[in-house]
Ligand binder design. Structure first.
Ligand code: DAH
Length: 349
């Protein structure tokens, strides 16, 4: 059996060396090493040998198999590189032409608008700040003057990290932040006043999902605290922001709105950019609710060790996801987090 193996080896190596194309190599491989190949067949008869010869022959057979498959790999590389050389040397090949281009990534529309707005606010002397997505109850609620019995604190509105039975009500619970407003607290406690910041980021809520509600979405918080800050300053910042996002001035109006961390609080509406007298987007009213805001509540200033007699400020909470939908005419908020390439591919870099 050893002689037979030696013969298969030498013949095999010789025909591999002579092969001129991949098809030939494949045939040799099947013939020798395939399931019904010569060596495989030979190995099946190993059992007929005297027991003391079996291990030696078995080992030798494996060595032959390794040698042959190594030779096959080597020859394949040689054939591939000579095929490439031939192609390169052939007439009509121009190595200066660009190669095939793979699909290119783009910037997510939320990130694109976030970057634009960051630039805009940086140009107005604001800092861009960041806060954690997993936040203390204290920063998300208590320090923002949101009372213990406020509905936003319920488990059906907020995604809690701390289970209900472990919450002590002292602000030490942990939540996925429900808005970017806790960054107001973090920034004021860290930098004090005067302060001008914007804080874009992801927020999370327990929602029944539909075209305008998603459990994960984006907001951008704005906060200015200084001496003598009033509603006119706030309105100017809001109007500049809207002009920046929508690319033109829109008529705006303020309505009263309630948020525990501002007093007075407002809702800013803008004239619907899509119609003159009512359409689907503005639900016939001609106005679109764009952004809540207000003057920072004295309790918030106090919670951050500032004297409300000395300092005042304004804050606003832009629904980034919503404004990006408006700007690009995106009909369903769920596209943003869908990872769908047919959606994302519409926003090339
Ligand atoms: N944090 C509020 C929310 O998510 C939005 C908001 C309202 C932010 C008024 C503000 C503000 O800064 O002044 O519903």
């Amino acid at each position: 059996m050893r002689e037979r193996l030696e013969l298969l080896r030498s013949e095999g190596l010789a025909s591999i060396a002579e092969a001129e194309a991949e098809v030939g190599l494949k045939a040799i491989e099947v013939e020798l090493l395939g399931r019904k190949g010569a060596i495989t067949g030979l190995l099946k008869t190993l059992g007929t040998l005297p027991a003391e010869e079996r291990p030696g022959i078995g080992q030798f057979a494996n060595q032959v198999k390794l040698e042959l498959s190594g030779a096959l790999v080597e020859k394949r590389q040689i054939l591939a590189s000579s095929a490439l050389q031939a192609e390169l040397a052939a007439d009509g090949f121009d190595s200066s032409l660009p190669g095939p281009v793979g699909p290119r990534g783009g910037i997510h529309p939320i990130n694109a608008v976030t970057r634009e707005l960051e630039d805009l606010f940086l140009s107005m002397g604001f800092q861009v700040v960041d806060g954690p997505e997993v936040e203390l109850e204290e920063n998300n609620f208590d320090a923002l003057n949101i009372p213990a019995d406020h509905p936003a604190r319920e488990s059906h509105d907020t995604i809690w990290v701390t289970p209900e039975e472990q919450r002590s009500g002292d602000g030490s619970g942990v939540v996925l932040r429900t808005h970017t407003s806790p960054v107001q607290i973090r920034a004021l406690r860290k930098y004090g006043a005067p302060l001008r910041v914007v804080a874009p980021g992801r927020v999370f809520r327990q929602e029944t999902l539909d075209a305008t509600h998603e459990h994960t979405f984006h907001q951008m918080e704005g906060l200015v605290v200084d001496k003598g800050v009033g509603v006119a300053h706030m309105l100017h910042a809001m109007n500049t922001l809207i002009e920046g996002v929508m690319g033109r001035k829109l008529e705006t109006r303020l309505r009263p709105g309630f948020f525990p961390f501002v007093e007075p609080g407002f809702e800013l509406d803008a004239r619907c950019p899509f119609c003159k007298n009512g359409c689907k987007v503005c639900k016939g009213s001609g106005w679109i609710e764009l952004m809540p805001g207000g003057l920072v509540h004295p309790n918030v200033l106090r919670a951050c060790d500032l004297d409300p007699e000395e300092y005042s400020g304004y804050a606003f909470g832009l629904g980034l996801s919503r404004i990006v939908m408006l700007r690009y005419g995106i009909a369903d908020i769920r596209w943003f987090m869908s990872g769908s390439l047919s959606f994302l591919g519409q926003f090339p870099a």
